[in-house]
Design a binder for this molecule. Structure first.
Ligand SMILES: Nc1ncnc2c1ncn2[C@@H]1O[C@H](COP(=O)(O)OP(=O)(O)OP(=O)(O)O)[C@@H](O)[C@H]1O
Ligand SMILES: [Mg+2]
Length: 365
C-alpha cells in the first residue's frame, strides 16, 4: 500500500499540513524539535489509532487547540481509501471513506505501518509489557481475529481479577468455568505469537548479519506455560491454571497466561538486554523491523509502509552502507534526518526531499 497524501490539522506542532508523498522514497530534513517525529507519529496514529510513544490521545492535539484531525489517502492493491481520525477532549472518531468505524478490529488492517524510532531501544531494555504490546500491535495489523481474541481475553482476565479481588469466599465452579473460557483464547494468542516469532526468526539473523557482520541473533518467546510439545500446550496450560488457582486467590490476581508472557533477544544464546552495546541494540531492533517488512509483504499480498526516524544518525559508515539495500522501491519509505549528508547520495538522488521548520513544510532543494 501507498500513502498518496496526508493532511494534518492542529496535530502536535502542525497547524495545517498538506503533504503529497512520493510513492517510493521520501526524506524529511529538519533541525531538532521541528516536527519530524511528529509527522511519522501521525502516520502511525492513522494506522493504529494510537501513538507508539506512551502518551495520551490528548497530547496529540496542538497546545492551542481543542481538536485535531488527521487524514490520509491510501492506495491499496485492490482499492483506495480515505482514512480520517478526529481527536477532541471527549474522545476519538475514526472514519474510512467518511463512514465511522466503531471497532478497532474493523479498522486496524487498513494501513499497515512499520516504524523504526530511536525510542524502540526500550523494547529490549524495558520490562515485558513493552514487548507484549509490540507483539499485540504488530500481530493485530495482520490479523483482525487476533485483536478480537485478545480483547475477549483481556475482558475475561479483568472479570476474573475483579472476582478474585472480592472479599467473599470463592466459588470454585465459577472459576473453573472462567478458566475453561480463558484457556481457549489464551492458546490461540500464544500460538499466533509463536508463529509470528518463528516467522521473524526466518529473517532476523540474516538481516542482522548483513548490517553488523555478527551472526547469531534470534528472538525467543518466554511463556509461563510449557511450550515444548505444541500438541499438549492446551492440556498443560489448563493444568497449570488449576495448580495456580489457590495462589491466584491468595494474590487476588490472574498469574498465568499470555498477559504475563514475554520474549527476549538472544545473541549467540546470551540475552542481548544484558550484554548488547547501544549500536547492537539499535541494529537488532532494525533487523526486527526489516524482518517485519518481509512478513507483512507476504501476508495480505501488499507492502507495508516503512517509517525510519533518524535511522542513520548513530550508525558507523559501514553499517549505513549495509542498510541501504533494505530501502527499496517496492516499499514506500519515509526517512527523517537532521542532516542530509548523513544519507547516501544514491538514496538522496531518487527521493523526494522535504524540509520542516517549526511545523511548516518546504520543498527541499
Ligand atoms: N501537542 C503539541 N502541541 C504543540 N507542539 C507540540 C505538541 N507536542 C509536541 N510539540 C512540539 O513539537 C516539537 C517536537 O517535534 P518532534 O518531536 O517532531 O521534533 P523532531 O523534529 O523529531 O526533533 P528531533 O530531531 O530532536 O528528534 C517540540 O517543539 C514540541 O514542543
Ligand atoms: Mg525526532
Amino acid at each position: 500500500m501507498i500513502i498518496d497524501k496526508i493532511k494534518l490539522k492542529n496535530y502536535r506542532n502542525y497547524d495545517n499540513l498538506e503533504l503529497k508523498l512520493n510513492h517510493k522514497l521520501n526524506i524529511i530534513i529538519g533541525d531538532n524539535a521541528q516536527g519530524k517525529t511528529n509527522l511519522l507519529e501521525s502516520i502511525y496514529v492513522l494506522s493504529i489509532t494510537k501513538s507508539y510513544l506512551h502518551v495520551n490521545d490528548k497530547n496529540l492535539i496542538n497546545f492551542d487547540d481543542n481538536f485535531s484531525i488527521l487524514e490520509a489517502n491510501v492506495i491499496g492493491k485492490d482499492n483506495n481509501k480515505k482514512l480520517k481520525i478526529i481527536i477532541n477532549s471527549k474522545g476519538k472518531q475514526v472514519l474510512v471513506n467518511d463512514k465511522e468505524i466503531k471497532k478497532l478490529s474493523d479498522y486496524i488492517t487498513n494501513l499497515r505501518v512499520i516504524i523504526f524510532s530511536p525510542d524502540n531501544i526500550r523494547m529490549i531494555k524495558d520490562g515485558p509489557s513493552v514487548r507484549r504490546k509490540f507483539l499485540n500491535v504488530e500481530i493485530s495489523q495482520i490479523s483482525s481475529r487476533y485483536i478480537k481474541t485478545l480483547m475477549d481475553y483481556n475482558n475475561l482476565i479483568n472479570q476474573k481479577n475483579e472476582y478474585l479481588k472480592l472479599p467473599s469466599n470463592k466459588n470454585y465452579d465459577y472459576l473453573d468455568i472462567l478458566n475453561d473460557k480463558l484457556c481457549d483464547l489464551a492458546i490461540y494468542i500464544i500460538k499466533y505469537r509463536l508463529k509470528f516469532i518463528d516467522n521473524i526468526n526466518k529473517y532476523i539473523n540474516d538481516i542482522f548479519f548483513e548490517i553488523t557482520n555478527i551472526n547469531g541473533l534470534r528472538l525467543k518467546y518466554v511463556s509461563n506455560v510449557e511450550l515444548d510439545d505444541e500438541e499438549l500446550i492446551k492440556e498443560k496450560f489448563r493444568d497449570k491454571l488449576d495448580k495456580f488457582l489457590d495462589k491466584e486467590i491468595n494474590y487476588k490476581m490472574s498469574l498465568i497466561g499470555p498477559h504475563r508472557d514475554d520474549f527476549i533477544f538472544e545473541l549467540n544464546d546470551k540475552n542481548l538486554s544484558l550484554y548488547g552495546s547501544q549500536g547492537q541494540l539499535r541494529c537488532a531492533i532494525l533487523a526486527l523491523k526489516l524482518s517485519e517488512v518481509k512478513i507483512f509483504s507476504n501476508i495480505g499480498n501488499d507492502y507495508p509502509i516503512l517509517l525510519l526516524d533518524d535511522i542513520f544518525s548513530e550508525l558507523d559508515i559501514k553499517k549505513k552502507n549495509n542498510l541501504i539495500k533494505y530501502i527499496n522501491d517496492d516499499v514506500q519509505t519515509i526517512i527523517t534526518t537532521t542532516d542530509i549528508n548523513l544519507i547516501d547520495d544514491e538514496l538522496v538522488k531518487k527521493a523526494s526531499i522535504f524540509e520542516i521548520k517549526d511545523g511548516k513544510l518546504f520543498p527541499g532543494k
